[in-house]
Design a protein around this ligand. Structure first.
Ligand code: DQQ
Length: 575
């Protein structure tokens, strides 16, 4: 008895220590700052505002909600505090676009007004009901203890091309309450519904039972009366699952699929956002509709070390099917990495990452993502660098563009992998490895890559780079986006974000990188979007026209910049 008690204490302590070590430096959410949440900004600081990443003119934003394409218009809703630049007073802000890049803000679509959402309108999704139009499912907060229920809203006038006004009918609302055995204070973020041939709509709702993250499955014939399936569709020991997303991907090609698609030529993706670590992970697997079970493939790790859409600052993501271009698009929120006090001074906090197309890699082992093609319309002045050799210690400026607001695509090549450093099998955590072997530590093949948002004399820079190691049976490729040298300012969260890249180097001896640089964000796509990292950074010197871009090599193996194209980026119209 005594032994089991101390064992319990040990497990709890070990669990909290391990969680705090991987906590991404961000405090858990839904913490209310009563004295700050309605302090409106005296002025809005433009210094680190983005030129083409989505952000409203002022105030706090978090999760993307209910993205959809309907009647020729893209809709983006998002969690928004209309009164201040910390989390609180949450409503669904609403913006519309014809191209996913330029946006026009409308009035908030959903805000507390009913007993079932009096204390907040939290995240959720949109479903377009054939012949009937869109319905939004969202989480309503019913009391000060943050008790959560699922609610629905529909357009007041479905013929309004912009769907400006949304109503929350009293009939059937709330449509789902926690029920027996479900933790009502950890029960939120309904998914887009999918329809099955058995005549039912199905949704998932994120939850937790003790330390186990759960995605509960609900079924409905009419979209209003929902019944919980006996078992969650899936669960894992990772703490609370927020913002689940569940969708099919095609086994071949880049085309996206409607959320209701099933069959032998698809795999399913289950993504969850981990409240404890503020990271997300996904698995690829098989959905057994008859049993309402999802089983991850044995190639997808199902836990803390699982695959991530993004190994940086990217959370509460949500995808939707865009029938106008037959693609699945992924939105993710990139929180600030500065302090709450800085956010209050700035008068704003939070951006959305560039929307990305997402599809299954030809290996079937992971997803691939790429910025939507519409982004290219912002490209203006172009510069090129071709077949430029970088010896050890070289850093060469990519001159002639606005380096603080740019898009860079580069392919690096090398003739030999012989000098690759030996890989120690204990290096399982990419971020720890990047912390140990940063961009300045000399290597064999690499580190090589880009120095983004760099000051002229490199007092500040955010390096995005590859480093290659030799394991007994393969090469291990590390991609880092290291914020440690990004700013002279202290009290910032400056992590050396990193991920491994699943690529066969023997065959190609090439690696490609794309970085979207936008004042306080560097959003990078390694090897065509296999490994992606978004960093938020706050340079003090490398701002506007004082920002520079370099290619560099700090490895002994010479590296060739085979092909580099960089563009100044126009600002998007986000009003
Ligand atoms: N943010 C929302 C929740 C969700 C969390 C509240 C994820 O619904 O679980 O703003 O960032």
């Amino acid at each position: 008895m005594v032994l089991s008690k101390s064992l319990t204490i040990f497990v709890v302590v070990a669990f909290s220590i391990s969680v705090s070590l991987i906590n991404n430096g961000v405090e858990a959410f839904h913490k209310i700052y009563p004295h700050l949440q309605s302090v409106s900004a005296v002025s809005v600081s433009g210094m680190h505002r983005t030129g083409y990443h989505f952000q409203p003119p002022r105030n706090w934003i978090n999760d993307p909600n209910g993205p959809m394409f309907y009647n020729g218009v893209y809709h983006l809703f998002y969690q928004y505090n209309p009164n201040g630049s910390v989390w609180g007073n949450i409503v669904w802000a609403h913006s519309i676009s014809k191209d996913l890049i330029n946006w026009k803000a409308l009035e908030p679509a959903i805000y507390p007004s009913k007993p079932f959402d009096k204390y907040g309108c939290w995240s959720g999704s949109a479903t377009i009901l054939p012949g009937k139009g869109p319905v939004i499912l969202y989480t309503g907060i019913i009391d000060e203890n943050q008790t959560q229920v699922q609610c629905y809203a529909k357009p007041e006038d479905p013929s309004d091309p912009f769907l400006r006004k949304w109503v929350k009918p009293d009939e059937f609302n709330p449509i789902v309450v926690a029920g027996k055995g479900v933790n009502g204070s950890a029960f939120r973020d309904p998914t887009t519904a999918w329809w099955s041939k058995d005549g039912h709509w199905r949704i998932l709702v994120g939850s937790r039972r003790k330390h186990r993250g759960m995605a509960y499955l609900y079924r409905s014939r009419d979209f209003f009366k929902w019944v919980r399936a006996k078992h969650p569709i899936h669960s894992a020991k990772t703490g609370m699952w927020e913002c689940p997303d569940f969708y099919p991907v095609s086994l071949k090609g880049k085309e996206g699929l409607d959320t209701s698609m099933v069959g032998t030529n698809v795999k399913h993706v289950l993504k969850n956002s981990l409240d404890m670590t503020r990271f997300e992970y996904y698995t690829l697997g098989t959905y057994f509709m008859n049993k309402d079970k999802y089983i991850p493939d044995n190639t997808s790790e199902d836990g803390w070390g699982g695959l991530r859409y993004d190994y940086g600052n990217f959370y509460a993501s949500k995808s939707f099917f865009d029938p106008s271009k037959n693609r699945r698009i992924l939105w993710g929120w990139a929180n600030e990495s500065d302090s709450k006090d800085d956010d209050i001074k700035k008068g704003w906090a939070g951006i959305q990452a560039i929307p990305r197309s997402v599809w299954l890699d030809s290996t079937g082992r992971q997803l691939v993502q790429w910025p939507v093609e519409e982004l290219n319309s912002l490209r203006e002045r172009e510069v090129n660098m071709n077949n430029h050799k970088l010896e050890k210690g070289d850093h060469i400026e990519v001159d002639g563009i606005t380096a603080a607001q740019a898009d860079v695509e580069v392919t690096f090549s090398f003739t030999s992998l012989d000098k690759a450093e030996a890989y120690d099998p204990s290096w399982v955590n990419a971020q720890d490895l990047c912390a140990q072997k940063g961009s300045k530590v000399e290597g064999g093949v690499g580190p090589f890559g880009l120095l983004t948002l760099a000051s002229e004399n490199l007092e500040e820079f955010t390096p995005v780079f590859f480093r290659i190691f030799k394991a007994p049976d393969k090469h291990v490729v590390l991609l880092c986006s290291d914020a440690r040298s990004s700013s002279l300012k202290s009290n910032l969260y400056k992590p050396p974000f990193a991920g491994f890249v699943d690529v066969d180097l023997e065959a190609t001896k090439k690696l490609s990188l794309r970085s979207l640089i936008d004042h306080s964000v560097v959003e990078s796509f390694g090897e065509g979007g296999k490994t992606n990292i978004l960093s938020r950074v706050y340079p003090q010197l490398a701002v506007t026209i004082q920002a520079h871009l370099f290619v560099f090599n700090n490895g002994t193996e010479p590296i060739t910049v085979e092909k580099l194209k960089a563009w100044s980026m126009k600002s998007a119209d986000i009003i």
